[in-house]
Design a protein around this ligand. Structure first.
Ligand code: NAP
Length: 327
């Protein structure tokens, strides 16, 4: 089969399509003919040599795919050859074929294309697991979502809206903020136009946000703490702005009884990921089928243009997901 490979870490130009051996499914695995693969920030980091795949995972890039089941292992009973599936992966998605434990796959609702389906697993299960499974999201909550125009952010806004809770978002341009508002965000804050914390406090009547999804890290630490509600939870999901916070006032954490929760989906044990995938599927698949939720597609690239797809993400140009069409 062909796959996107790189022999040395570097910029987008190191990515090349090459012949590699076909993967073989284990007894509890399925083999999928990949039609589309989602692009994630983690892929850019891995390409630069900063995010090695977990032990046992494919060294190839790609954390999510959509395609058609081509073979099933002898113990697989829930899916059949020919089924359309989308799946979360620890790696290996930028390829014509991939094997994965059957529990990481979900059926694709018939109204979604392969490209739309490939935009779902990583971003939506990240947002759902943090907001709902770990954050116990309820309709009474105010939620602050940073990088509202990111793949994860555009999923999180819709999940918060669907629960009847209120999403407040930050992003770096008025175009992205307008699009976040269309998705259901109540307060849209341009982080280039001053601090976000006072605006979140104002929007929540001084109470603050019960849940904060943060991908930015160090530069947002103090403001996140100051606009978190008492008993609030701050989920640290990425460190795009830096990982070392210089000023940490532990007294504020104590006074507000805050929880700071670092989460990483890719490195979790398989059994937990399967639980997340299946819980998400139960809640989300009927809502995708009815059109209540929809994956936000920024742009589809033929996989021959994978370097351009990475450049677009690296330049922060995407609103929603970038997807590769695999042929
Ligand atoms: N922990 C996990 O399990 C997990 C899983 C999936 C993703 N993630 C993380 O979640 C984040 C979003 O991933 P994604 O694939 O959805 O990203 P994405 O679609 O590439 O969007 C990222 C956006 O973040 C904004 N941004 C970038 N650098 C920033 C900075 N220094 N300060 C403020 N905003 C910045 C940019 O939008 P603006 O134009 O608004 O600046 C950019 O377009 C990444 O950090 C990723 O590593 C974590």
């Amino acid at each position: 089969m062909r796959a996107v490979c790189f022999s040395e870490p570097g910029g987008p130009e190191v990515l090349k399509l090459e012949e590699v051996p076909d993967p073989m499914p284990q007894p509890d695995e399925i083999l999928v003919d990949v039609r589309a693969a989602g692009v994630n920030r983690a892929d850019l980091l891995q390409r630069r040599g900063g995010y090695p795949p977990p032990a046992g995972a494919s060294p190839l890039l790609g954390l999510e795919i959509a395609g058609v089941v081509a073979a099933v292992g002898e113990r697989v009973e829930t899916l059949q050859v020919g089924d359309r599936v989308m799946a979360l992966l620890p790696g290996g998605g930028y390829a014509q074929k991939v094997t994965l434990p059957v529990g990481l796959a979900l059926p694709i609702p018939s109204n979604l294309s392969f490209e739309e389906a490939a935009a779902i697993p990583e971003a939506w299960i990240t947002a759902f697991s943090n907001l709902v499974l770990l954050g116990n999201l309820t309709a009474q909550m105010d939620v602050l979502i940073h990088a509202g125009g990111s793949g994860v952010g555009t999923a999180a806004i819709q999940i918060v809206r669907e629960f009847g809770a209120r999403a407040h978002v930050t992003a770096g341009s008025s175009a992205k903020l307008d699009a976040c508002q269309q998705l259901g965000a109540r307060t849209c804050i341009n982080y280039h136009e001053g601090p976000f914390a006072p605006k979140v406090l104002e929007a929540t009547g001084g109470k603050g946000a019960e849940i904060i999804l943060d991908f930015v890290g160090a530069p947002y630490w103090e403001q996140n703490v100051s606009c978190a509600a008492t008993d609030g939870k701050i989920f640290l999901i990425g460190t795009m702005g830096g990982a070392v916070a210089e000023q940490v006032n532990l007294g504020l954490l104590l006074n507000k009884r805050l929880s700071i929760i670092g989460t990483s989906l890719r490195s979790r044990p398989l059994a937990i990921k399967v639980d997340f995938v299946q819980a998400f599927g139960q809640w989300a698949l009927p809502r995708f089928a009815s059109g209540a939720l929809h994956p936000v597609l920024d742009q589809i690239f033929d996989w021959e243009k994978v370097a351009d797809a990475h450049r677009r993400m690296e330049n922060n140009q995407n609103f929603g997901k970038i997807v590769l069409r695999i042929s």
